[in-house]
Design a protein around this ligand. Structure first.
Ligand code: GLY
Length: 424
């Protein structure tokens, strides 16, 4: 099988590494890719938001399967075009990708499917903002306002704050740019990311993971695209995992079929485990970043065959997934000033070590690897348990040098210490 992966981040680097372990995968190509992938896949510099360019490339490399990593091409209908050319594609249609592309659409589907989620309201007129903020205010100062961009914002469009002025300023800024704002009630409880391979009503869940969205230790500072992740979740009871699949993901997949927007690809449920059970924070239409970097190293089943089965309507016949024992921890190395405008162009030492996945990197004319984005590297450690995986990740990190960079020191720490508790 020849596989073309679309994307250029550490998530796609992790996809390529897992695809390479599949004995049926004979060749890998990536567009546009990054310098860390050069030894694994042929790289092609095409515009991945262009349906024509991606389809033409898939034909040119003789792809038997195209795997689309990021949400933007999916929301733009690139998977539809690839499939229309007769090439199997792992990724939802433009119609189904609205589960991520429009938070209002996602709420409609969840409400119709009877799935627990935060109460919400869309504000598209600045004159209605203050009254709406008052309706969603935190009770007794305990919780927070959740203010989101009703569109794609790579995690950075979300502000969770107990400070009304900060909530108002963020919402007003989005409205000023012509973006409708989604106000939500805050869901209290530990967060879970559950990735499910879905084809119509067939749902195959992967290991649950947890990511870390705030920039600094102790969940402080602004939200980011993700500063780290670990899998599996030793604190997540098996019955809660089963409820997420049976009471949340399966009903949503069935509702999308009922609406004529059947989902085929990776349905990512972002959840909070509240005292009343799991509730949805958001759905995404693709693998999560950086959780993928922690989930896929633990997958023992052949990823290429799994994704091909989903892309060709044979997921229901795919054998039960096998997983490796142990845990994986991913720590993101971010450029100075991220999640603000990142400093770029610095030489990175240690970027070619095992366990180092590339995201915001480029190769300079003199051959040096330099930073070129906000989230620069994902450093992945695996081990017999979370402690061992943490130690492995931070040991690799200690040999990486990038001036001004920063990373979190506490990825997976509270879970390793047994301090995450599910309230019942
Ligand atoms: N881990 C957050 C995301 O992928 O959207």
């Amino acid at each position: 099988m020849r596989v073309l992966v679309i994307g250029s981040g550490a998530r796609e680097h992790a996809l390529l590494l897992a695809l390479r372990r599949d004995p049926e995968v004979e060749a890998l190509a990536v567009a546009p890719g990054n310098p860390g992938m050069a030894a694994i896949a042929d790289q092609h510099d095409v515009d991945i938001t262009s349906a024509e360019a991606v389809t033409e490339l898939a034909r040119r490399v003789g792809a038997d399967l195209v795997v689309i990593g990021p949400e933007v091409p999916l929301v733009l209908g690139v998977a539809d075009a690839v499939r229309a050319a007769g090439i199997a594609c792992f990724g939802p249609s433009r119609d189904a990708a609205r589960i991520e592309g429009s938070k209002a659409f996602a709420k409609e589907v969840m409400n119709a499917a009877g799935v627990p989620t935060a109460a919400s309201e869309i504000v598209d007129n600045p004159a209605h903002l203050d009254a709406a903020l008052d309706r969603f205010g935190p009770p007794a100062g305990e919780a927070a306002w959740v203010v989101k961009d009703d569109g794609l914002a790579a995690g950075k469009g979300v502000v969770v704050t107990a400070d009304r002025d900060a909530a108002r300023a963020h919402a007003a800024g989005l409205l000023d740019c012509g973006h409708p704002v989604l106000l939500e009630s805050f869901l209290d409880g530990p967060e879970v990311s559950l990735f499910c391979v879905v084809d119509g009503e067939t749902v195959v869940p992967l290991l649950a993971a947890q990511d870390f969205k705030r920039v600094a230790d102790g969940d402080t500072g602004p939200n980011t695209g993700g500063m780290g992740a670990y899998a599996p979740l030793p604190w997540l009871p098996a019955d809660v995992y089963a409820r997420i699949v049976d009471e949340i993901v399966k009903p949503v997949a069935a509702e999308m079929v009922r609406r004529g927007s059947a989902f085929s690809g990776l349905l990512y449920a972002g959840l909070a485990i509240t005292s009343r059970g799991p509730a949805v924070v958001e759905f995404n239409c693709r693998f999560g970043d950086p959780e993928t970097q922690s989930v896929l190293p633990l997958l023992d089943s052949p990823l290429g065959q799994l994704l091909h089965a989903a892309a060709t309507g044979r997921l229901a016949q795919f054998p039960e997934l096998r997983w490796r024992d142990g845990a994986a921890v991913t720590v993101v190395v971010a450029a100075e000033n991220y999640p603000g405008r990142p400093r770029v162009g610095d030489v990175i030492a240690g970027a070619e070590a095992d366990g180092v996945l590339h995201a915001g990197t480029a190769r300079r004319a003199d051959g040096a690897i330099v930073s070129s984005g906000g989230r620069v590297l994902s450093v992945v450690g695996t081990g017999a348990d979370l402690d061992a995986a943490r130690a492995a990740a931070y040991s690799i990190l200690s040999s990486i040098r990038l001036p001004g960079s920063h990373f979190r020191h506490d990825i997976g720490q509270t879970a390793a210490e047994g301090k995450i508790v599910v309230k019942r």
